[in-house]
Design a protein around this ligand. Structure first.
Ligand SMILES: [Zn+2]
Ligand SMILES: [Zn+2]
Length: 675
């Protein structure tokens, strides 16, 4: 030790804890961790730190002495754009939501509850000229709230109820007027019921497009992002991945994220993964996403994706990776299923047809990119496997970190193929909890429904499995997600397919080191090891004392990111920690309105199947725009859809500043998107 070194040693902080779970196999447990300049210097016990103390200014920080440290938790698939739009609305939904201030927006499960909440929230927002937008309306639970009822409740201010599925809105007369659209055009629109103030599918796009300048105002969009960042902090997250960056407008998205994330006291890091189709379409000036079997010019999107890392800041970075899509959404049962298919004979959808998946994979594989692909059904998985196998044959790659996302249902044979190809998974284990009961009776049947998100067999086959929220699909609570995978408890409390449960340690890997692995950041974050970033999640309770079954009850006290301590005002357990979380859970979308129409379409498909006719590719590759039920329940897809509208608005040459002006002049004179 050279004490005469003219360069002073950097300061050292030694944190002690009741237990430090490092998630590193070589030294799984510790009681002290030394940190300097945002990095971990040493892990062990306080005595083992002695050589590091020599000649340094040392702070012994014992505020975690009775707490447990985990590596900073990671959610490797969220949608900040959706959070930004959604979170500032008044949330009145069939399930409770936690708000950034720690309060709970309780569930409204009856028309009476809905009315009471609506009245209370209207009263709480006194500006009668401003839009009142509530998200979470579910007609099957909340009763009839059409134009007439909304006018009776609130005749003199613009009110919009945004349906829980995101795909329909109900407006009162004042709101319809404030849209500033031609009344005759609205009356003639096939997917607008003007008398009821009901806008659906392409009709609803008129509403969201008109609102886009309003949503993009900093006071809305930034507020929403701030809320999301706070919710992530409450869930113990230190790193999150935006799994569809650039779907709308990379400059706008980045400017907003920078503003919100790159500031003092904001303890979260964002890693952006580029939307391959969005960048491709933008490169050729294409404004609307084509049908699923239309291949975007992926290659042409590459230069803009390649240029992104130059724009990285300390807390907002870019992975050398892209996002692709395969089949439809799990929540709306539009994943592509192999035989025996769906019990009622309907069929799934493609968001990208197999040939497009193959081309997308091939393009980015050859460029040595990481590839993340949304896939839900076993037939969807076949398309993905075929694409990876073809890419491997053409250009063998090792350690490519190809990651399948969501993975609603797949077979053991597919797990073996995935493992052989070196593919890993980031799954949404919330599906197990939310869907296993209802899908046993509807669509899949008991056997397949119990095997939703087959994480255990993937791990047995040697894959790394991590968990994501796909926020706002599930709450930004990694420990709750880990509980879903470890317990496999359905909403009714049954353990489904217990063989697929994960051990507590394996479940924690899914929100720490294996989540980092999926992002190719496991040399930087995900475990508590000398040299890595000093990111910790501070827990009030020890997960190993409570056990896997009670993981969702573990309380988060705060986080440490790059060595900075950010404690919550009070420790918080998951919103779903209460014993009976029944009402706390999103339920499958009820077949009302849109779904009765969808059911009609499915009936037609069944009749065609009975006729023995082969379905044409046009029927199988129904574009998202033709039936917005496709995207319902899947937020990757919804983010894309909403982003398209925003993109059109941007491409019409509008700026955020003009949105600010729009606020002063009222939306009716605000710049609208090209029709
Ligand atoms: Zn997503
Ligand atoms: Zn998705």
């Amino acid at each position: 030790m050279n004490r005469d070194n003219p360069i002073p040693w950097p300061k050292l902080t030694i944190f002690t804890a009741r237990r430090i779970v490092t998630m590193d196999d070589s030294l799984p447990e510790a009681t002290a961790v030394a940190v300097s300049e945002g990095r971990i210097v040493a892990v062990g016990d306080p005595e083992s730190m002695a050589p590091w103390r020599e000649g340094r200014e040392v702070t012994l920080d014992e505020r975690f002495a009775d707490k447990v440290l985990l590596p900073g938790l990671i959610d490797n698939h969220v949608h900040p754009f959706l959070g930004a739009v959604l979170l500032p609305t008044e949330i009145i939904a069939p399930e409770p939501w936690r708000m950034p201030d720690g309060s709970i927006c309780p569930a409204a499960n009856s028309p009476e509850e809905f009315r009471a909440r609506l009245e209370a929230r209207l009263a709480a927002r006194p500006d009668r000229e401003d839009w009142f937008i509530s998200w979470g309306y579910q007609p099957s639970e909340h009763g009839r709230w059409f134009r007439e009822e909304l006018d009776a409740l609130c005749p003199d201010r613009p009110v919009i109820l945004w349906q829980r599925s995101f795909h329909e809105t109900y407006l009162n007369s004042k709101a319809i007027g404030k849209l500033g659209l031609d009344p005759e055009e609205l009356a003639a629109h096939p997917q607008i019921d003007l008398d009821r103030g009901h806008f659906y599918e392409t009709g609803n796009k008129k509403v969201t497009a008109a609102l886009m300048p309003y949503f993009m105002r900093p006071q809305w969009y930034h507020k929403g992002l701030e809320s999301l960042a706070t919710l992530m902090h409450q869930g113990g997250i230190t790193t999150a991945a935006d799994m569809l960056f650039g779907s709308m407008d990379p400059d706008f998205e980045l400017a907003a994220i920078d503003t919100v994330i790159e500031k003092p006291n904001r303890p979260v890091r964002i890693v952006n993964i580029a939307d391959a189709r969005g960048f491709a379409n933008r490169a050729i000036g294409k404004r609307v996403m084509g049908p699923p079997d239309e291949c975007p010019p992926f290659e042409q999107g590459l230069p803009a994706i390649e240029a992104l890392p130059e724009r990285a800041t300390p807390r907002v970075t870019f992975a050398r990776a892209v996002k692709l899509f395969a089949d439809g959404a799990m929540f709306s049962q539009l994943m592509q299923m192999r035989a025996p298919g769906y019990m009622d004979g309907h069929h799934g959808e493609w968001l990208m047809a197999p040939a497009v998946v193959a081309e997308g994979v091939r393009t980015f594989w050859r460029q040595d990119y990481g590839i993340h692909i949304h896939v839900n059904g076993d037939a969807g998985m076949d398309a993905v496997l075929a694409a990876v196998e073809a890419a491997q044959r053409e250009m063998p790659r090792f350690d490519h970190r190809f990651v399948v996302h969501h993975v609603g249902f797949h077979s053991n044979a597919q797990s073996r193929r995935l493992a052989a190809l070196g593919v890993h998974a980031s799954v949404n284990p919330f599906y197990i909890h939310a869907l296993a009961d209802s899908y046993a009776a509807w669509g899949l049947g008991p056997e397949r429904a119990s095997q939703i998100v087959r994480a255990g067999s993937m791990v047995r086959n040697g894959m790394r499995v991590s968990f994501h929220s796909d926020f706002p699909m599930a709450p930004t609570e990694p420990l709750f997600l880990a509980w879903c995978a470890a317990s496999r408890r359905s909403r009714s409390g049954r353990v489904v397919s217990p063989e697929e449960r994960l051990s507590l340690e394996q479940a924690l890997r899914g929100v720490t080191i294996d989540a980092a692995f999926a992002l190719r950041m496991d040399d930087e974050i995900g475990s508590i090891v000398a040299g890595k970033r000093a990111d910790f999640t501070v827990l009030e309770d020890d997960p190993f004392e409570l056990g896997a079954e009670r993981l969702r009850e573990v309380r988060v006290s705060g986080t440490v990111i790059d060595g900075e301590v950010h404690l919550l005002a009070a420790p918080m357990a998951s919103l779903h920690a209460a014993g009976d979380a029944q009402s706390a859970l999103p339920r499958p979308i009820v077949r009302t309105g849109l779904f009765s129409r969808l059911a009609g379409a499915l009936g037609t498909a069944r009749a065609a199947a009975r006729d023995g006719g082969r379905r044409s590719s046009a029927a199988r590759y129904r574009p998202v725009a033709a039936c917005c039920g496709e995207a319902a329940g899947d937020h990757c897809a919804f983010a894309r859809e909403l982003a398209q509208q925003a993109r059109r608005w941007f491409e019409a040459g509008r700026s955020v500043r003009s949105a600010d002006r729009a606020r002063e002049t009222g939306l009716s004179s605000a710049p609208g998107p090209a029709a």
